[in-house]
Design a protein around this ligand. Structure first.
Ligand code: GEK
Length: 255
């Protein structure tokens, strides 16, 4: 599988290695955008498998004359994966992120790319935009940054925007109800970060910065929300430690 993130230039993530402002809550600012490919690969186990697989999934679900959404697109990894795998005619990708520093870099990578599908970029809040009829929507590690109270409304809107049988791919860091399972997978995630070269100080500062910014929920809670939002088939297709990806399919007939 072609990994589009391999094409991104990146500096090594040292955002939490120095003393500079690293104790503020986490923000998707210029400093993060600059190191983002390195940061996400070294922090999210399974990321480099999930991204190209979203291209594969999109190829199965994409329908002519629809949009394919990449919500919280960052540098456009998912957009590039979809662009190189979808064959349906007259589809277009809409990539949305509310961080200007991400969208600027995303524009650069899309311009360098030779894929044929049109890609429209929007610097906007995914809660505030109007959705066009879509056959595929990707929320790849983005929903977790919305306050939990805003998640239901967004997923209901996305289910209504999807054409019959269309697919939402939802990737999230998750929490586990069973304390032993939670402790084991969280500890293994910390070991993963150590093995990626992050120091104890970087790990603990990032953890503090993400507190209340990234709010993980259980797979059961995601499943319930997706079903309440109107999705029919909800299938967990990938898990790597405490990071999962789910496919949720919109009903064939509008309810
Ligand atoms: C990838 N999908 O490489 N509206 C729009 N964008 C938002 C919002 C919002 N309300 N909240 C957060 N974001 C990408 C990775 S990163 C995941 C996604 C991570 C954006 C935010 O600016 C950031 O670019 C992205 O969601 C989350 O496959 O860093 O763990």
């Amino acid at each position: 599988m072609n990994d589009p993130t391999a094409r991104f230039d990146t500096e090594t993530d040292a955002v939490y290695a120095g003393a500079n402002g690293a104790d503020d809550p986490f923000r998707f600012d210029e400093a993060v955008a600059r190191v983002f490919p390195d940061m996400i690969r070294r922090s999210v186990p399974g990321y480099t498998t999930i991204v190209p697989m979203i291209g594969v999934i999109a190829a199965r679900f994409a329908r002519p004359d629809t949009a394919l959404y990449d919500l919280g697109c960052s540098l456009g990894a998912v957009s590039l994966a979809m662009r190189h795998s979808v064959r349906a005619e007259r589809t277009r990708i809409v990539a949305v992120d509310n961080a200007a520093s991400m969208i600027e870099r995303c524009r650069h990578y899309i311009a360098l790319d030779d894929g044929q599908l049109p890609v429209a970029l929007q610097c906007a809040d995914i809660r505030a935009i109007d959705y066009q009829p879509a056959s595929v929507v990707a929320l790849n590690f983005t929903l977790q940054f919305l306050p939990p109270g805003d998640r239901d409304v967004l997923l209901s809107r996305l289910c209504r925007a999807l054409t019959p049988g269309g697919a939402l791919v939802l990737s999230e860091k998750v929490a586990f109800d069973d304390p032993a399972e939670q402790a084991l997978l969280e500890d293994l995630h910390l070991d993963f970060k150590r093995a990626q070269g992050y120091s104890e100080m970087e790990i603990s500062r990032k953890r503090n910065a993400l507190e209340e910014v990234l709010v993980p929920e259980s797979v059961a809670a995601h499943r319930r929300r997706l079903e309440n939002a109107g999705f029919e088939q909800v299938t967990l297709w990938h898990q790597s430690l405490n990071f999962v990806s789910i496919i949720a399919i919109a009903p064939e007939e509008a309810p």
